[in-house]
Design a protein around this ligand. Structure first.
Ligand code: HEC
Length: 208
């Protein structure tokens, strides 16, 4: 119990109180700043932060999963839950050559070897301009080549050391018809157009 405080005691207490108040205010200030920084910084340094970041990115993750899911479903469609044979037959019957699709499929898949110009690469990949299989009114060899790949054929008197890979598992009848028709109508070729039903027939007779 101190009943008698000297002026210096009072001064000390006063200053101590002020200092405490200032430090307290600073602590509150830092706490506020800290909270703001915390709120705006998704950090993965501890569980709480992960939870916060998780909450914040959740909607984005859902949208992303949605897109990825749709893409995965689309990619899987022809294999698993794809169209029924009846639907394929109906789509094939309604087929109409789409030159833009044919070009983009050819450029994306075949041009690496046969070149965008259809000239091929001497000694490695046969030219498709003036190629007999591409010009043949019977599209069987051309379609079979695209479906199953080819190796060891004598093409216009030449043989090629490499093999053409099969594409039957990668493309639908409609897409293969578009590729075949693109070849038949490009680089000076004037082959009889093929239908998607032609592709389906070749596929059924040993294609994939
Ligand atoms: C990895 C290189 C490569 C790719 C990609 C490729 N081919 Fe070929 N292609 C070849 C080779 C090599 C041959 C020759 C095969 C042989 O020696 O029997 C060939 C042959 C052909 C022939 C000639 C068949 C014949 O008997 O005259 C056609 C038509 C053809 N390819 C079309 C295509 C189409 C259409 C695509 C794209 C869907 C394609 N190729 C993709 C390498 C390729």
């Amino acid at each position: 119990m101190s009943t008698h405080l000297t002026p210096s005691d009072r001064s000390f207490i006063k200053h101590f109180a002020i200092l405490t108040a200032v430090l307290g205010a600073m602590a509150v200030g830092f706490a506020i700043i800290g909270t703001l920084v915390w709120e705006n910084t998704p950090t993965y340094s501890n569980e709480g932060a992960v939870q916060r970041a998780g909450e914040r990115i959740k909607p984005v993750a859902v949208v992303y999963a949605g897109k990825a899911g749709a893409a995965a479903a689309a990619a899987a469609a022809p294999v698993s839950s794809g169209p029924t044979p009846e639907e394929v037959a109906a789509a094939n019957a309604a087929y109409k050559f789409d030159p833009a699709k044919g070009k983009s499929l050819y450029d994306g898949t075949c041009a690496a070897c046969h070149q965008a110009t259809g000239e091929g690469v001497a000694g490695a990949f046969p030219p498709l301009n003036g190629n007999p299989a591409v010009g043949d009114a019977d599209p069987k060899t051309q379609i079979e080549t695209i479906l199953n790949g080819r190796h060891g054929t004598v093409i216009q008197g030449k043989t090629y050391p490499g093999a053409m890979p099969p594409f039957g598992g990668q493309f639908s009848d409609l897409q293969i018809a578009d590729i075949a028709n693109y070849e038949r109508s490009s680089w000076g070729n004037h082959g009889k157009p093929v239908s998607a039903t032609d592709v389906a027939k070749v596929r059924a007779n040993g294609g994939k």
